[in-house]
Write a new protein. Structure first.
Length: 197
């Protein structure tokens, strides 16, 4: 039990440091020091940084899946559920302003490094894409559901990148308002089409 607890603590701390400092710039020593554990204890659980990265990505996938499931249960309509995705930018605005999007920054860094784990990390975007596509289908946009999902993902990534680059929290609020207006316009378009047919 103690071993699992230590391993979980290492993964949690590595997750945080990979986000805040980047995967490449985070060392074994920094993770061990941040946790107050010996190098020997650390190496007992993980032999390489790539092993930790694999666990971190797996951890993020589980957490993201859980979040999407809770949004699906809490949101009464597809519009409510898509709003949950949009509004996460506001909920996480302080971290996003400082470090960018945790998914986008990791995928971008691993891609630049041509790291073998980049495809594993991209599964995080695929989770969001698939989930959003389902919501847009239920909203009545089956023919363009994947295109709309990718469009919303692209916009959210752009907002995260620019708010971090310019250190501008107000930008997040104004863009989230625009996204919600855009979403409302899609619902109006769907209702209008239904009335015509």
């Amino acid at each position: 039990m103690a071993n699992k607890l230590t391993r979980d603590r290492i993964v949690d701390k590595a997750d945080q440091l990979f986000y805040e400092q980047g995967f490449e710039h985070t060392s074994f020593a920094q993770i061990a020091e941040a946790l107050g554990i010996s190098r020997g204890n650390f190496y007992y659980h993980f032999k390489t940084k790539d092993e930790i990265l694999d666990e971190v990505i797996g951890h993020r996938l589980v957490r993201t899946n859980s979040m999407l499931e809770s949004w699906a249960l809490e949101g009464e309509t597809p519009m409510d559920r898509i709003r949950s995705f949009i509004n996460i930018l506001v909920m996480n605005r302080a971290k996003i302003k400082r470090y960018g999007c945790p998914v986008g920054t990791l995928c971008s860094e691993l891609s630049k490094l041509a790291h073998p784990e980049k495809e594993h990390a991209n599964e995080l975007f695929t989770l969001f894409r698939t989930w959003l596509r389902r919501q847009f289908e239920q909203l009545g946009h089956s023919d363009e559901a994947d295109e709309l999902a990718m469009h919303l993902l692209a916009l959210s990534q752009g907002i995260a990148t620019l708010s971090s680059a310019f250190q501008d929290e107000k930008f997040i609020y104004s863009e989230v308002n625009r996204l919600n207006e855009w979403l409302a316009s899609l619902t109006v378009a769907t209702n209008t089409q239904s009335e015509v047919h």
